[in-house]
Design a binder for this molecule. Structure first.
Ligand code: NAD
Length: 463
């Protein structure tokens, strides 16, 4: 169905308001505008980026919405996306046409779509999210939301202007047996006394070795995939080391996370989860750190913070970063620790470790006698019942409130991760002014708060 025919039908529906059964594509936003209360609150979804992670995201989103369009710059992913959506909706007895678009702006142009998921590589998140908010869509966008600190300020500004509902895909805040939510509640209730030290173990990036140039696979629009990043030759090699069984080592699908051009390596990939939780627990999610310094090993030679080789992954394979937070609390962001992936909280009255699979330590044992209550968790969870990240997004769309992984706190957590990357790449200690959002007394380092964006892919928000 074309956009024009959607509009035509919508006008017909407007004329025939009183109680008629509206077609599936009449969005809840339109329903509300029409003052219509009879239609079930189904949203109309457009999916931008239908790669690996999207499989999980869309499964959740389709419980609350009907998808009418998928978009991907790789035709095979887009076709797989349409197949999956058609299959799920078909099993639910819905025969809904699903359009395919290579250019995400076509999805944003559609007036029937009120919600979008953005599950592209990191270097595309900000631009698409900003365009989506300006087009009036509510947004579920994967973490890490930004490539630079400046992008976080831009998204925040447009969110304030457009008042959209925006959930970041850090599902650790909602799910994983509520382990992390309980941990945050424990810290906020003083269950380990005064927090002194936090260790976020997030693992390191992959070292690929040399990856040869290769022909761009048929159906992949390499120019569009690159977006704001520099125009470079496509590289892919089955001989080099990839981190994912599904894809070969490359500059592209899934493996983009090990290139600073498109991501921040593990520092932002998993920092977006554990540093986010640590910042929330410490209450620095509206401010930020005081100083950031650290060391790292990169898989290629670096000069002035930039990789000198372009044929291999370049994000840090190991690192040890110390973030000093207000109140002299030390946060360490490390690629390796004796406790493994997770967060260790140490306070004046005890210590415990939390990961996706477990919670360990004496303060955890003590929960048997004095549990964290459902009420405690709901207070932390902005008054709603936790347990489902996507569900929380749609609940917040209904009452127009900020979801649990809001842009404001995520931007602050990502600021710490981006500063950590700047510090290890430049090899020096940075002092951060959280109010001005500037590095203090280091004009060179401040240049790293944003990046040059390729012509045609700039983000035009002045902050
Ligand atoms: N929340 C989590 O736990 C979690 C887990 C995995 C991945 N992620 C995040 O999800 C995002 C995607 O990761 P992935 O592993 O699925 O990568 P992926 O490479 O498998 O998928 C990304 C898809 O986006 C497409 N794409 C690129 N540019 C596009 C554009 N301009 N418009 C439309 N589509 C475009 C690619 O072709 C690809 O199909 C990343 O930001 C990643 O950090 C989050």
């Amino acid at each position: 169905m074309t956009q024009r025919s959607h509009r035509r039908d919508f006008l017909k529906t407007t004329a025939a308001l009183a109680g008629a059964t509206l077609p599936y594509w009449t969005t809840s936003a339109q329903n509300r505008a029409l003052g219509h209360s009879l239609v079930a609150d189904r949203h109309i979804l457009g999916c931008i980026g239908t790669g690996d992670r999207w499989d999980q995201v869309v499964t959740g989103a389709l419980k609350h919405s009907d998808c009418v369009a998928v978009c991907d710059v790789d035709k095979s992913h887009m076709e797989k996306g349409r197949e999956k959506v058609t299959d799920i909706q078909g099993k639910n007895g819905k025969d809904i046409p699903v359009d395919m678009h290579e250019d995400y702006r076509k999805v944003l142009d559609r007036k029937d779509i009120d919600v979008v998921t953005i599950v592209t590589p990191d270097h595309w998140h900000s631009k698409i999210a900003i365009d989506a908010m300006r087009a009036g869509k509510d947004v579920y966008c994967e973490k890490p939301l930004t490539l630079t600190i400046n992008e976080g300020k831009q998204i925040r500004k447009v969110l304030q202007e457009t008042k959209r509902v925006f959930q970041v895909g850090t599902q650790q805040r909602s799910e994983m047996g509520l382990n992390f939510l309980k941990a945050v509640a424990m810290i906020k209730q003083g269950r380990i006394g005064q927090v002194q030290k936090i260790i976020c173990d997030i693992g390191g990036s992959t070292d690929s070795g040399a990856i040869s140039e290769a022909d761009v696979p048929e159906g992949l629009n390499w120019e569009l995939w690159l977006g704001q990043a520099p125009k470079v030759a496509y590289r892919s090699s089955k001989e080099a080391k990839s981190s994912n069984g599904k894809y070969p080592a490359s500059r592209s699908h899934y493996e983009f996370r090990w290139w600073y051009e498109y991501s921040g390596g593990k520092m932002t990939d998993w920092g977006a989860h554990h540093v986010d939780i640590a910042s929330w627990a410490l209450g620095i999610d509206e401010t930020g750190p005081v100083t950031v310094e650290g060391t790292a090993v990169h898989p290629c030679e670096m000069k002035n913070g930039m990789p000198t080789q372009d044929d291999r992954y370049n994000a840090a394979v190991s690192f040890d970063v110390t973030v000093m937070c207000p109140g002299d609390v030390e946060m360490h962001i490390v690629s390796n620790s004796k406790d493994g992936n997770g967060i260790l909280f140490e306070g004046t009255e005890g210590r415990f470790h939390v990961s996706r699979g477990s919670m360990k330590g004496a303060p955890i044992e003590a929960l048997k006698d004095k549990p964290i209550t459902e009420d405690d968790l709901m207070k932390l969870y902005k008054g709603k019942k936790p347990g489902n990240h996507m569900g929380n997004f749609f609940e917040c769309i209904a009452d127009r409130t900020d979801p649990i992984s809001d842009v404001y706190s995520h931007h602050r957590a990502m600021t710490t991760c981006h500063l950590a990357n700047i510090a290890i790449r430049l090899g020096r200690k940075l002092t951060w002014d959280a109010e001005k959002e500037q590095i203090v007394g280091d004009s060179d380092a401040n240049q790293w708060l944003s990046r040059e964006q390729r012509k045609g892919y700039e983000i035009d928000v002045i902050v």
